[in-house]
Write a protein that binds this ligand. Structure first.
Ligand code: FAD
Length: 564
């Protein structure tokens, strides 16, 4: 850096990033009496974590029993091992299973991060040994924005895909009731709308909802706990390089609002800087092709700089080709992609590749479906999400609210731009560049299977996971309905990611490893900047936050020399 330097700063623990992994590390260290400095390259804090659903997957946690569920270390281990295989070391997996419940209890009982266990949110593969029909996925309880004081102004806003109408916050429980149009959905919908619009004082000021849910509530609670412990969170400060002395990382060189500064950390640097999803060069080098930063759904500030800096000092990388995948689409007037978490499982839609053929169970977890799109290469870049007027009339799709086809004229221009439409399936085919006969045959075959409720090709709607976001009023299979009512529509989907999850290879204490496999003293990593303890798998909703936060907690304790 050529800009003038600021005076050096010293702290015990330097935490890089303000996502859930970093903030959990900072809070753990502060609660144990350490001097902690948190730096964040963006002018906003919270990272993708704050914009997310904020669901954390914590198997065998202390809220499960009181909520009516049951779990055990043995079941969690069996389940994760089955899914992860050899894509993460068994030590990382075992440590996650043992420590995640402790981290979660610590945040709850000592730091005020109050959560609930989601009883009906099933694991993504509940039929596997050790899989569960609910309870392991948890969410922070909502907070009021006023509780954050002035810090509300710099909290990352929710991703538009995790709110109702792009602005009204909802919890995972509410989203499930509303999306599936379950009993009580209409009353709930009215209540949410009334509470939002009758908050007159807030409505005069901003469209931002006073009730903060999901990732915002999680980050908000962590921030409040950090502030109570007088931890400094310094925004617009980016890590550029690590300072290495005598084989130990002793601090970092940062750009503080454009000015170079050295921060010395006597007990360790803990990196929680998210993935490299916004780094075109690393994407091109490591992710399945084709790929582009435009397909990232995470915050634009996740540039992977701390990962690249770690490479420069000889840190070992793991699982760099891996990401938390999701099928998604990109609107020209938004700065990030919209992952499709729920829409694919609702009846009346299919996904086809460029040959016009289905290639997956559309209702499977977003990671499975998105992973298949990534694997499909050019043949699925894009693939097409095809649906009919009945689907259009009943379900929400991105910024497109349910309604009749005549409302299409009033759609947002960016949505209109990607939406293809025709009075027949045959007419849709040339618009999306797939062979007409094949697409017609695909829809005909699908319609036949939908009517009897059995997807012979991909078994859609058979797993409890497929049905989580399906429509219970549709029989015999709540995820299947024929595409029969004109007009027919299609939008292009890509291999969107909600964060890459390969990076700094760590051991079971969160220590960065060198190429030789030995720990590099003083450097720790947690969350998406590290090679995840979930390997290439995505066991359930919240697996990314749950594992990242657990390793943030572990890293802070190790850096401070706290015994298990
Ligand atoms: C719409 C959406 C919904 C999601 N819902 C869920 C969910 O419910 N549950 C779940 O488990 N996962 C969910 N995810 C995925 C999840 O949000 C991410 O995997 C997770 O937030 C990553 O957390 P992290 O702590 O690793 O980093 P992040 O939350 O991404 O934070 C990293 C931070 O580091 C900062 N940073 C980057 N570089 C530097 C630097 N050089 N110096 C200083 N700071 C830097 C970034 O600006 C950022 O603030 C969702 C993702 C999206 C997009």
């Amino acid at each position: 850096m050529t800009t003038p330097s600021l005076p050096d700063v010293e702290t015990d623990i330097l935490v890089v990033g303000t996502g859930a992994s970093a903030m959990t590390a900072a809070l753990t260290a502060a609660e144990h009496g350490a001097r902690v400095l948190v730096i964040e390259n963006s002018h906003l804090y919270g990272g993708t974590s704050s914009t997310s659903g904020g669901v954390m997957w914590i198997p065998n946690n202390h809220l499960i029993g009181p909520a009516g569920g049951s779990d055990s270390e043995a079941e969690a281990l069996q389940y994760i091992r089955e899914l992860v295989g050899n894509s993460a070391s068994d030590t990382l997996i075992t440590t996650f299973v043992k420590r995640a419940p402790r981290m979660f209890r610590f945040l709850d009982e000592r730091c005020g991060v109050k959560c609930e266990s989601l009883d009906v949110y099933c694991d993504y593969h509940p039929e596997l040994p050790g899989g569960k029909p609910g309870y392991r996925s948890c969410q922070a309880l909502p907070i009021k924005s006023g509780g954050l004081g002035r810090d509300i102004a710099t909290l990352q806003e929710p991703h538009s895909g995790t709110t109702a109408f792009g602005r009204i916050n909802w919890t995972a429980r509410e989203a499930h009731t509303l999306v599936t149009q379950a009993k009580g959905a209409k009353t709930l919908f009215m209540r949410i709308l009334i509470v939002y619009y009758l908050d007159i004082r807030q409505r005069f000021k901003t469209t931002r909802d006073r009730r903060i849910t999901g990732g915002g509530a999680l980050i908000g609670r962590l921030m409040m706990a950090l502030k109570q412990r007088k931890v400094k969170v310094q925004l617009s400060t980016a890590l550029k390089d690590y300072i290495v002395e005598n084989g130990r990382v002793v601090g970092a060189i940062v750009s503080n609002d454009g000015l170079a500064q050295r921060i010395r950390a006597t007990k360790g640097v803990i990196v929680g800087s998210g993935g490299f999803e916004r780094n075109a060069q690393l994407r091109d080098q490591y992710l399945p092709q084709p790929t582009t930063t435009a397909w990232a759904a995470g915050v634009p500030s996740n540039t992977g700089e701390p990962i690249a800096a770690a490479m420069r000092i000889g840190v070992k990388m793991g699982n760099m080709g891996s990401a938390w995948w999701a099928p998604g689409f990109k609107l020209a007037d938004e700065d990030r992609s919209r992952p499709m978490f729920v829409e694919r499982a609702l009846p009346g839609c299919i996904l086809v590749d460029q040959d016009g053929k289905r290639f997956c169970n559309e209702a499977a977890s977003y990671h499975i479906t998105g992973g298949l799109i990534a694997k499909g290469g050019a043949k699925t870049a894009p693939c097409w999400f095809v649906f009919d007027a009945r689907y259009r009339g009943k379900y929400n799709l991105g910024p497109m609210f349910p309604g009749p086809a005549k409302m299409d004229d009033w759609l947002r221009p960016s949505m209109k731009e990607i939406l293809k439409k025709s009075d027949s399936i045959a007419g849709l085919a040339p618009q999306i560049g797939v062979p007409k006969d094949v697409l017609v045959a695909t829809v005909e075959r699908f319609n036949g299977m939908a009517k009897v409720g059995k997807d012979e090709d991909f078994h859609r709607g058979e797993s409890m996971c497929d049905r989580y976001y399906s429509d219970a009023s549709v029989k015999p299979n709540p995820s299947l309905a024929a595409l029969e009512k004109a007009p027919f529509y299609a939008i292009p989907l890509y291999a969107c990611d909600i964060g890459t999850n390969g990076g700094i290879q760590t051991d079971e204490f969160g220590r960065a490893l060198t190429e030789s496999g030995a720990p590099l003293p003083g450097l720790y990593a947690a969350g998406n900047c590290s090679a995840s303890s979930m390997g290439k798998a995505y066991p359930a909703a919240g697996a990314t936050l749950g594992s990242g936060m657990t390793y943030g907690y572990i890293a802070a304790r190790h850096a401070l020399g706290i015994a298990d």
